[in-house]
Design a protein around this ligand. Structure first.
Ligand code: DOR
Ligand code: ZN
Length: 352
């Protein structure tokens, strides 16, 4: 194909979302099918209230997800355990070996939404990390320090020095996913570690910088954790995602909260990108003239890191202007604002 020829249709292996919040109850019923329509599998975050802390909890939650999603979509939710100071390594090992859980999530206590039961200090889970290392079970990390005296825009960078580096040194074979990276420091760090460290990159961190949160007034629906950083960091993330390098893969961190919980004096962190996630990523790769790298990022690198097969079926995106729906209704009377909802998108996913 000549360089100037415009690509109007893109067919690729079905992608997976390596970081989603599907919630529970009515919210799960509303948002689950949106992720399942686009992705073959998803790594489901365990920060429910109460959190998913045992393999039995994960099995029960997986059944609720499967019930909420139409079976003809062939969607597989991959379950994770929420680590606490009291996680039982034997339960974790049994769940992993039985295929009930594929990874475990480290939320430093107090770092983000529903993280109160998280790990108070990394040394409290040394026995669990040792077990995960020997099992080859990935540790998924919310990489922000919780010290409120550290500037919110520095918490990821400081976490690399204070927690990530020593942990990777102490557990030299532990597989780690640095979730939703937001800084050039994280990009460089991941690259320096080689294939046992991967990173997910959200679509919103590829599209917004910290000024966007305050453009013409405060935009609570653009508030998430880790918070968006300076423009130079957004550009570093775009370069990493579109490089095609195996360590970087798609993870939306779609995190729905009702409008009431966002538009209030103390609003929750979380951006709800599930409805149009794939289309928005396609737009970013298109803008970067890197559509030829999109399949690696969305559909190949993640399975390779997790040691899973690539999905057999495909998805097709077409170049087409359309208006994304503004909101998602949740049960009776509750709504969630869709990220980029109401805006014109340039790519559209063809349904089967
Ligand atoms: O913005 C976020 N929302 N970041 C997280 O780490 C958690 C998530 C949520 O669960 O709402
Ligand atoms: Zn998350």
């Amino acid at each position: 194909m000549s360089e100037n020829q415009i690509i109007t249709k893109l067919t690729m292996r079905r992608p997976d979302d390596w970081h989603v919040h599907l919630r529970d109850g009515e919210m799960l019923v509303a948002v689950g099918p949106m992720t399942a329509r686009q992705f073959g599998r998803a790594i489901v975050m365990p920060n429910l209230r109460p959190p998913v802390t045992t393999a039995a909890d994960a099995v029960a939650y997986q059944a609720r997800i499967q019930k909420a999603v139409p079976s003809d979509l062939n969607f597989t939710p991959l379950m994770t355990l929420y680590l606490t100071d009291k996680t039982d390594p034997d339960d974790l090992e049994r769940g992993f070996k039985a295929g009930q859980i594929v990874a475990a999530k480290l939320y430093p206590a107090g770092a983000t939404t529903n993280s109160d039961h998280g790990v108070t200090h990394i040394t409290k889970i040394s026995n669990v990390l040792e077990r995960m290392e020997s099992l080859g079970m990935p540790l998924l990390v919310h990489g922000e320090v919780t010290d409120q005296n550290i500037d919110i825009f520095d918490r990821e960078h400081v976490f690399i020095e204070q927690v990530m580096k020593p942990t990777l040194q102490n557990f030299p074979a532990l597989k780690v996913v640095f979730e939703h990276i937001t800084t050039s420091a994280a990009v460089n760090f991941v690259r320096s570690q080689g294939p046992r460290v991967g990173a997910t990159i959200t679509v919103h961190h590829l599209q917004i910088n910290r000024s966007d949160i305050f453009k013409g007034g405060i935009h609570p629906h653009l508030y998430c954790l880790p918070i968006a950083k300076r423009e130079e960091h957004r550009l570093a993330l775009r370069e990493a995602a579109t490089s095609g390098e195996a360590q970087f893969f798609l993870g939306t961190d779609t995190a729905p909260h009702g409008v009431d919980a966002k538009e209030t004096a103390c609003g929750c962190a979380g951006i709800f990108s599930a409805p149009t996630a794939l289309e928005l990523y396609a737009q970013v790769f298109d803008e970067e003239k890197a559509l030829d790298k999109f399949e690696a990022f969305a559909s190949l690198n993640g399975p390779k890191f997790y040691g899973l097969p690539i999905n057999d079926d495909t998805v097709t995106l077409v170049r087409e202007d359309w208006t994304a729906p503004a909101t998602t209704e949740v049960g009776a009377g509750q709504a969630v604002k869709n990220y980029r909802g109401g805006e014109t998108l340039n790519w559209r996913l063809q349904d089967l």
